[in-house]
Design a protein around this ligand. Structure first.
Ligand code: ATP
Ligand code: MN
Length: 450
């Protein structure tokens, strides 16, 4: 209010248990609308602000807080980079959808329901100096022409290119990062500048990014649940996405393994391919389904989704022991090719099977995440038919991947491929390595054990 007169509404949407502030609605309040609205507002006063989160407005004398029980339809032109509505206009209260119903729904559903009440109209997309757009998925970018990857012979790649890439593959990426804490690596001055590995949300973090709390840390973690969140990440030059491997929505629950194959510099890529196929076969032998991706770097990742019992008895300690045992069996069977011991200096000629990636707070680069390396490589999901001699991971870049992934059958069935880890653990325990542990020890591989 100003001078006791109604001016605007502060509005929010449900996200999990929180009511997240999404901005101020200052138009659409004709005389009739205000006459109908005011009695409703006066019926729900509150002493405190209902909003939580970093962007929540501070207490001001001119703000009258309400209990968040009213649902309004808002028309708006898009999102600001901070996740606030732009040019928002009030269209009326939605009495057909009682707020009580929204509150009673499960958190995830409540978020969708609340957002669905905001009607999106097409944005007025502005052009940058170069004539290219500077709004992607309704999210404006500042400095869209900022180079992030220097010219590698094909031209430089800018913040706008990153945002357009994220837009092109957003549905694909979101499936693999939503519901999980996700660190981002920001390179505001491009890949040759300073890097910031960011786990936690910071003041000013966009509302398009979800904040999630995990046990043992008061500060909220970054989580990206919606395509627009990726554009907000591009806006802050977030080039790499590194999610946890928990069950979506359950940060304490293990949800997938990533077997990280790290070849020594003198090992050919064909041998990494051979190692990925062997991991796949070993997973299959214990009932798990493997999926392979390039890393955008030197190795390959084999990913397998699994389920653990509701009880929570099977945590990361047990899951990690499984991953360790599988890698140890593989290294024991071919000690001349593989090793699991990081401390060993003599990696030369061999591939390091990094089972340590499989832990509660460990991350792996997300499928389709770009990498802050020369040539803008991408961590590319592959079909097993592609995982063969001659595979060249450098083909998969920010430029080539959007067209390639559209045609690809890679990771088809991933979401239905989850198998019970408990069964796999039993199966693995019944599969002794071909060589004896004594033999393995002499080859420099530690024996299995706690
Ligand atoms: P490459 O194929 O070149 O090995 P990669 O993504 O597997 O690429 P690694 O160095 O093997 O790179 O790291 C594996 C994963 O571990 C990364 O994807 C990343 O999520 C995580 N990681 C690596 N280094 C760090 C770090 N310094 N801090 C946090 N996480 C890291
Ligand atoms: Mn690796």
């Amino acid at each position: 209010t100003t001078n006791g007169r109604f001016r605007s509404l502060l509005v929010g949407v449900n996200k999990g248990d929180h009511l997240v502030y999404v901005g101020r609605v200052g138009t659409g309040f004709g005389q009739d609308a205000v006459l109908r609205l005011l009695p409703e507002l006066k019926a729900h006063p509150s002493k405190t602000s209902p909003f939580t989160g970093i962007n929540a407005p501070r207490r001001e004398r001119s703000v009258n807080w309400l209990d968040p029980v009213l649902v309004a339809e808002i028309e708006f032109a898009g999102w600001t980079a901070d996740g606030l509505v732009r040019q928002a206009a009030y269209k009326g209260l939605r009495i057909d959808k009682p707020a009580a119903e929204v509150v009673a729904e499960k958190p995830a559903k409540a978020a969708t329901a609340a957002i669905s009440k905001l009607t999106l109209v097409s944005p007025r997309s502005q052009a940058s100096k170069t004539g290219r757009p500077n709004v992607v998925m309704n999210v404006p970018l500042s400095n869209p022409d900022k180079p992030l990857w220097p010219d590698d012979g094909n031209g430089k790649l800018t913040k706008l290119d990153l945002a357009l890439y994220y837009e092109a593959v957003s549905d694909w990426i979101i499936d693999h990062i939503k519901g999980r804490p996700c660190s981002i690596i920001r390179m505001p001055d491009g890949i040759n500048g300073e890097r910031f590995f960011q786990r936690h949300a910071m003041p000013g973090t966009s509302n398009l990014i979800t904040l999630t709390t995990v046990s043992g840390d008061r500060k909220p973690y970054i989580q990206i649940d919606r395509p627009e969140g990726l554009i907000a990440v591009a806006q802050i030059a977030g080039i790499e996405l590194h999610p946890w491997n928990c069950e979506p929505g359950h940060p304490e629950k293990p949800g997938r393994f990533v077997f990280d194959l790290d070849p020594a510099p003198d090992v050919s890529f064909d041998r990494v391919v051979e190692a990925a196929l062997e991991i796949r076969d070993r997973l299959k032998a214990v009932g798990l389904v493997g999926f392979c991706k390039t890393t955008g770097g030197k190795g390959l990742h084999v990913v397998t989704p699994f389920s653990v019992p509701e009880s929570g008895r099977l945590g990361w300690d047990e899951a990690k022991a499984f991953a360790r045992e599988l890698c140890i069996q593989m290294a024991n069977d071919s000690p001349e090719k593989y090793l699991v011991n990081m401390a060993k200096k003599q990696r030369s000629g061999r591939i390091f099977l990094d089972y340590l990636r499989n832990d509660r707070m460990s991350t792996a680069v997300a499928p389709l995440s770009p990498r802050g390396r020369d040539g803008a490589p991408v961590s590319m999901p592959l079909t097993w038919a592609q995982v063969k001699k001659g595979l060249d991971p450098s083909r998969f870049t920010l430029r080539t991947v959007p067209a390639l992934i559209g045609k690809s059958a890679a990771w088809r069935g991933y979401l239905e491929a989850e198998r019970p880890l408990l069964e796999a653990m039993k199966a693995l325990a019944g599969r002794p390595a071909k060589r004896t542990l004594a033999g393995a020890k002499s080859a420099g591989v530690p024996a299995a054990g706690p």
